[in-house]
Design a protein. Structure first.
Ligand code: SF4
Ligand code: SF4
Length: 415
C-alpha cells in the first residue's frame, strides 16, 4: 500500500520488464545459495511456531498474557491486525473455517467467496505470458516485488495452527508477493518502539489483501488458487521466496533478504494450478556479506541472532536464531509494540535513490568492498533513530484506556 504514495515505482516498470526493480540485473542460479537437502527437509507443523507457543503459555504466563495485547496495545497496529483478521476467511472458495481468523484480536464474520469458474477462460497458451500477466496484475494491486516458483512439497505445513486440521495443498505453483514496510519509517524508528508492529502489519495486511484478490481472480479464470497470508497460512514462506528468486537466506535466521528491499518486507503467497513459467533463485553475494557483517547480531536486544557460522538444521545450512528469545522480545516488549531492530540496522535496508543504487550494485558485484560497506554504514550513522522526524504518536492501551507510555527516546509528541 505504500506504493499509493510512491507511484514512481510503478513508473519504473518497462515494456520489457514488469518489475519496478532491475531484477534482470541479478545473477540467476539453479538452486538457492543456501544448501537445501530436499529429501531431509521435514514438513513442519504450524503449531510449532514461536507465537503459537507463546499463546499457549510455553514461554510463561506473562508472555501468554502479553500475546493477547502485544499488537493491539498500539492503536494503529490494532487497526491493521483487525483488517488482516478480516482477510482470514477470504483465502479460498470454501473460505476455510471462520476460525482461521479467530485471533485473540477479534474474529471476523464468515464471508463466502465466489466459486471457481466452471469454464476456463481463453488464456494465452504460453506460461511465460501468463507469468508476466500475473506479475503485472500483482504490481497493479500494489505489490512491491513478485516471484514465481514451483511449490516445494516441504513448504506445505502438516497442520494448521488455527484449526489443528491436517493441511493438504497440492497446487503446483506458488506466487510470492512482497510488500515494503516503508523505508522512511524504518529510517526514523529505533527498531523496537511503538511503530514496530504497525510496520509489520502494514505489510502483512497489504500483501494478504493483494493475495486474496489475486487468488479470487485466478479462480474466476477457471483455475484453483488459494491465498496464504499472516492470518491464514498453509505454507512456509522462506523456501518459496528462495526458489522464486526473491532473496537469499540471511543471518537473521529464517529470514530471506531481498537485494532491493533488504529484510524490510513481508510476504503473502498464492498457490495455484494455473500453468506458469517460474523464476530462478538468485545470488547477490549475501552469504559472503552476512559472514562479514554482524550488525543484526550485535544490535538484537534479545541476543537471538547467532554471530557464528551457518549450521545444518532440518535439511538447511543457515544461520540459527533462538526463536524463544526473539518471540519473547517481540511479544513481551514493554517499551514498544514488537521489534524490528534487525531490519533497522541491516545495511541492505536502504531507500532506492541513485546513491544507494550505486552502493547496492557495489555490494552485490564487488566482494572486496563489502567490509567497507558495513564500515561506511556505521560511519554515516544508519541504524540510529531520528526522532526529530517522528510522525507517529506514542500511545499504549492499558486496560482499555490509551495512555502516553513511558518515553523511550526523545519523541516530540509527549513531554
Ligand atoms: Fe532480535 Fe528483534 Fe530481530 Fe527478533 S526481531 S531477531 S528480537 S532484533
Ligand atoms: Fe546480514 Fe548484516 Fe543484514 Fe545481518 S545486518 S542480515 S549480517 S547484512
Amino acid at each position: 500500500m505504500t506504493r499509493i504514495f510512491n507511484s514512481d515505482r510503478r513508473d519504473r516498470c518497462r515494456a520489457d520488464r514488469p518489475d519496478p526493480f532491475p531484477v534482470d540485473s541479478l545473477t540467476r542460479i539453479d538452486r538457492p545459495t543456501t544448501l537445501i537437502r530436499d529429501q531431509e527437509v521435514p514438513r513442519v507443523d504450524e503449531r510449532d511456531g514461536g507465537f503459537h507457543k507463546a499463546a499457549l503459555g510455553h514461554y510463561g504466563q506473562r508472555l501468554q498474557r502479553e500475546y493477547k495485547r502485544f499488537v493491539p496495545k498500539y492503536p494503529l497496529s490494532g487497526a491493521l491486525v483487525s483488517m488482516a483478521g478480516a482477510l482470514g476467511p477470504l483465502v479460498d472458495v470454501t473460505g476455510p473455517a471462520a476460525e482461521a481468523s479467530a485471533t485473540p484480536w477479534g474474529a471476523s464474520s464468515w464471508r463466502p467467496m465466489p466459486p471457481m469458474a466452471e469454464k476456463r477462460a481463453p488464456l494465452p497458451d504460453d506460461p511465460s505470458a501468463m507469468s508476466r500477466h500475473i506479475k503485472e496484475t500483482s504490481y497493479f494491486l500494489r505489490a512491491d516485488m513478485v516471484g514465481i516458483c514451483e511449490l516445494p512439497p516441504y513448504a506445505v505445513f502438516t497442520h494448521s495452527k488455527a484449526t489443528g486440521a491436517e493441511v493438504e495443498c497440492d497446487h503446483k505453483y506458488a506466487i510470492a508477493i512482497l510488500v515494503d514496510q516503508d523505508w522512511r519509517t524504518t529510517s526514523i524508528f529505533n527498531g523496537s518502539d511503538w511503530i514496530s508492529n504497525s510496520m509489520s502489519f502494514l505489510a502483512y495486511t497489504t500483501s494478504g489483501f493483494i493475495a486474496c484478490i489475486l487468488a479470487d481472480y485466478i479462480r474466476r479464470l477457471g483455475y484453483e488458487a488459494r491465498a496464504h497470508h499472516a492470518m491464514n497460512y498453509q505454507v512456509v514462506v522462506p523456501p518459496i521466496l528462495l526458489w522464486a528468486g526473491l532473496g537469499e537466506m540471511c543471518r537473521i535466521g529464517d529470514i530471506v533478504l531481498n537485494p532491493f528491499l533488504g529484510p524490510r518486507f513481508k510476504a503473502a503467497i498464492v498457490t495455484t494450478d494455473l500453468p506458469l513459467a517460474v523464476d530462478r533463485p538468485i545470488d547477490f553475494g549475501l552469504q559472503d556479506f552476512c559472514s562479514k557483517c554482524n550488525k543484526c547480531a550485535q544490535a538484537c536486544p534479545s541476543g537471538a541472532i547467532s554471530d557464528g557460522d551457518r549450521v545444518v538444521s532440518n535439511g538447511y545450512e543457515k544461520w540459527s536464531t533462538d526463536v524463544e528469545k526473539c518471540t519473547s522480545m517481540r511479544v513481551g516488549n514493554q517499551q514498544g509494540s514488537g521489534c524490528g531492530t534487525c531490519i533497522k540496522v541491516c545495511p541492505w535496508n536502504k531507500p532506492y535513490t541513485p546513491f544507494h543504487r550505486t552502493i547496492n550494485w557495489s555490494m552485490r558485484k564487488m566482494p572486496f568492498l563489502r567490509r567497507m560497506a558495513v564500515w561506511g554504514d556505521d560511519l554515516l550513522g544508519y541504524g540510529k533513530p531520528d526522532y526529530q522526524q517522528q510522525w507517529w504518536l506514542d500511545l499504549e492501551d492499558v486496560d482499555g484506556e490509551l495512555q502516553a507510555p513511558r518515553p523511550q527516546g526523545t519523541g516530540p509528541r509527549h513531554g
